[in-house]
Write a protein that binds this ligand. Structure first.
Ligand code: NDP
Ligand code: ZN
Length: 174
């Protein structure tokens, strides 16, 4: 519990200047905390390293956090799971999106769990409200892309996978 709370405290501090893309500009930290909750409550995942990685999964991608810092503070396993969930921001966006699809099947089970919960959170956000400046086409493309990523993460948690099946059935037009 202390390790998990320390990870939440760390992530809240790192993301403190950031907001989500919804029109309300929700504090960014709502997202990683929500991803961890989805994993635990909806996925039944009680592995501490996976829950900590969920809380920390966007810190390196979106803040000045380094993997060394995560390893020092939270150990090798947590840092490695976060690394598996981190895009290489030196690459063009189209390559990053393509690599998420291509790399998904090769990730560890714990990284796949975090990816599934991350996509559930983001897709629910998109079902709730459209981000500032997004067209309906962009939202629709995001669902199709996310499905290609999560299809590569299947086989680790039937509960999370069936939640995603329902989301795609509601939101992807044939
Ligand atoms: P982005 O990657 O720009 O944005 C989605 C990411 O933003 C999520 O994965 C999530 O990442 C984060 N996020 C923050 N706030 C929210 C929120 N309220 N709801 C959902 N996600 C949020 O989107 P894409 O580039 O993937 O765009 C979607 C599709 O649109 C793509 O398939 C692309 O082809 C197309 N596109 C269209 C453009 C256009 O102008 N028409 C421009 C660019 C792309 P995290 O978990 O890291 O927070
Ligand atoms: Zn995320």
């Amino acid at each position: 519990m202390l390790r998990l709370l320390t990870a939440i405290d760390f992530a809240a501090n790192k993301h403190r200047q950031q907001r989500r893309k919804d029109p309300e500009g929700t504090p960014y930290i709502n997202h990683p905390i929500g991803v961890a909750r989805i994993l635990y409550e909806e996925g039944g995942v009680d592995d501490t390293a996976a829950l900590m990685a969920a809380v920390l999964h966007d810190t390196v991608e979106d803040t000045d956090t380094t993997f060394d810092e995560l390893t020092q503070a939270f150990g090798d396993e947590v840092s490695r799971i976060v690394a598996e969930c981190t895009d290489d921001k030196t690459l063009p966006k189209a390559d990053r999106k393509r690599l998420q699809i291509e790399n998904a099947p090769h990730k560890s089970d714990k990284a796949k769990l975090v990816k599934l919960a991350d996509k559930i959170y983001n897709l629910r956000d998109l079902q709730r409200t459209t981000p500032k400046g997004w067209t309906p086409e962009r939202v629709a493309e995001y669902f199709v892309w996310a499905k290609r990523v999560t299809d590569g993460c299947r086989g680790v948690n039937a509960r999370l996978e069936s939640i995603l099946d329902r989301i795609y059935a509601e939101s992807i037009k044939a």
